[in-house]
Design a protein around this ligand. Structure first.
Ligand SMILES: [Zn+2]
Ligand SMILES: [Zn+2]
Length: 253
């Protein structure tokens, strides 16, 4: 995040007109040489009044976490935290592992589910292997519940999992898939698309082994900021910058 000083934040808050505020933000971004490709829908530099910072591209304020988050995807109510730049790989792996586990449980319990169902539809076959195996009758219902729960979770998790694989393929966040980021030449849903291979590397790194393990592997595949990229200062002026896209900065001039 590009944090600004208290004086500058007060200056922005006290701006008489939107134009004054806009011009001051442009001034801040230009003098600090910020690498900003996207802008607010009204054409101004994206600024957070709560965090008092200029938002890097793809960062958004989470009203539940009460802070700006890099590459914000969504706020997950299950883990009560944001899914964002720092934990997106682990979120995808969690979905993938959960899906494999649900399929495994469903596959290993389907045999007993079928036997239970045969028992219900043909009571005369009550001497089935399920009964003779010593499983108490309450256990049959546990098996029934286990099978249904695993199938239901497999369906819901796979929906989310494959949707996020599609987003990775396109290099979009969930938020960007609903609201296109605005670049110099207008809204563009595919503005961050680097090709499916680089998009994958950006999340998982370039090692396939490390990609499927729950370890940090993103660092070796971050896209470097280079001089060929045009950074917006809201007037179409190209600037260059040495900032990386992963840290917090207090703007100093
Ligand atoms: Zn914020
Ligand atoms: Zn959050």
């Amino acid at each position: 995040m590009f944090y600004i000083s208290d004086n500058e934040a007060d200056h922005i808050a006290a701006a008489q007109t939107i134009e004054d505020r806009r011009n001051f933000l442009i001034h801040l971004a230009r003098t600090a040489n910020l690498p900003l490709l996207t802008k607010h829908f009204d054409g101004s530099i994206r600024y957070c009044f709560n965090c008092r910072c200029i938002k890097p591209d793809r960062a958004h304020h989470c009203s539940i976490c009460r802070k700006c988050v890099l590459k914000y995807d969504h706020h997950c109510p299950w883990t009560n935290s944001c899914v964002s730049f720092g934990n997106y790989k682990f979120f995808i792996l969690f979905l993938g592992y959960a899906l494999i586990f649900c399929i495994y449980v469903a596959a290993t319990s389907i045999e007993y589910f079928i036997k239970f169902w045969q028992n219900v539809t043909s009571p005369q076959q009550d001497t089935s292997s399920l009964s003779t195996s010593g499983a108490p009758s309450a256990g049959k219902f546990h098996l029934l519940f286990l099978f249904f729960a695993s199938v239901m979770f497999a369906v819901s998790v796979s929906t989310l999992f494959f949707y996020h694989l599609y987003l990775i393929w396109k290099n979009r966040t969930t938020l960007e898939s609903f609201r296109s980021p605005i670049f110099i030449d207008g809204p563009n849903k595919n503005g961050f698309d680097l090709g499916y291979k680089q998009n994958f590397f950006e999340i998982f790194g370039s090692s396939l082994l490390l990609a499927i393990l729950p370890v940090t592997s993103t660092g070796d595949a971050l896209i470097p900021i280079d001089s060929n990229t045009s950074y917006i200062d809201d007037r179409g002026i190209v600037t260059q910058s040495n900032y990386s896209n992963t840290g917090d900065y207090l703007l100093t001039r």
